[in-house]
Design a binder for this molecule. Structure first.
Ligand code: XMP
Length: 317
């Protein structure tokens, strides 16, 4: 019978066998899969696992620092790479969602390749690929798939020539979570909502600027913190704020304002393929709206998305 403990035991033994004294590089994203894969590899090969965590400047507020701290706390050998400016530069002038995704995928590969080169004599690329990713390799979602879609673009970066080790490629998502819990991974990592690889870049409609990112990070943090303190966060499958490229008139004291709109999105779903909008309590929505409008400069209006998927996708881009 499959149990998390038996899986962990046999997997660690198999990894030790397979990897010996070889070095492995692995990109961490803050998500469940890459984190669980890293911890399993860490148990098997310790410091020979070299983790890389890239700050693309498109993460949630304070996420890079807090997740990096959690990883270090878990004893992982991890390098944080501040690549914010490289991503902002590559995104400059782009407003088409697919062009933004491609630019982010390209820069991620460059940054990761640079960081991987700093690990001497590395033999393996570790990945958090899970079973659904394997059977559905046509998916355009997720970092591993992003990498696949770049296979055809010129020569391969060096890290893609490495042998691949994927300790989770027989597991479904709920099994990965159970394994993560048995490994005592922080609930701050295991329990988090899915977050897209391109991050806030696809929650800022149109062109990205660091200023818009900062505004969205503030609004999103108010939203998510309120979901948490109301005890609603764990009941929602995914939530996030979206920065709309729309200005509307407001009034602040005696002043007329002409500022942007933040849209709140929260959905219930099993796998992201279909989704229903969450019926969040009105008084919670009211509190979040007030806090955002009173505290986030540049925002004078908050709206709530009441569309389900299909036809409305979860993300707006
Ligand atoms: P949609 O918007 O297609 O989203 O209903 C379904 C799920 O996929 C996530 N998503 C992405 N994840 N790269 C990712 O890694 C992407 O480009 C991407 N686009 C959407 C979305 O957050 C939701 O969980």
């Amino acid at each position: 019978d499959w149990t998390p403990d038996s899986f962990i035991e046999t997997t660690i033994a198999a990894l030790k066998d397979k990897l010996g004294d070889d070095k492995v590089v692995l990109g961490l994203s803050g998500g469940v899969d890459s984190s669980v894969a890293a911890v399993l590899l860490h148990h098997a090969i310790g410091k020979n696992l070299h983790c890389i965590f890239v700050d693309n400047g498109l993460l949630r507020k304070d996420e890079f620092e807090s997740v990096l701290e959690s990883y270090k706390h878990m004893g992982l050998n991890i390098k944080g790479v501040d690549a914010k400016q490289r991503f902002y530069d590559a995104l400059q002038g782009l407003s088409d969602p697919e062009k933004k995704r491609k630019a982010i995928g390209r820069v991620f590969i460059e940054v990761f390749d640079d960081a991987a080169h700093e690990v001497q004599d590395v033999k393996w690329l570790g990945q958090g690929t899970i079973y659904p990713d394997v059977i559905e390799s046509v998916s355009i979602k997720g970092p591993s798939a992003t990498i696949k879609s770049h296979h055809n673009v010129g020569g391969l970066p060096d890290f893609m020539k490495l042998k691949v080790v994927e300790p989770l490629n027989t597991l479904f998502k709920d099994e990965v979570r159970r394994v993560g819990r048995a490994l005592e991974i922080d609930d701050n990592i295991l329990g988090r909502h899915p977050f897209p690889g391109p991050g806030l870049a696809i929650r800022i409609l149109g062109e990205i600027t660091p200023e818009k990112v900062a505004i969205l990070q503030e609004a999103d943090a108010i939203y998510i913190n309120n979901l948490r303190s109301a005890g609603v966060y764990d009941k929602v499958w995914q939530a996030g704020a979206i920065y709309l490229p729309v200005q509307s008139v407001g009034v602040m004291g005696d002043e007329r304002t002409y500022e942007n709109v933040i849209c709140l999105r929260a959905v219930e779903s099993l796998d992201g393929m279909t989704a229903d909008w969450c019926h969040l309590p009105y008084d919670l929505l009211a509190k979040i709206s007030n806090e955002i409008i009173n505290n986030v400069k540049g925002i004078n209006r908050v709206v709530y998305d009441i569309s389900s998927k299909p036809p409305a996708t979860i993300e707006w881009e």
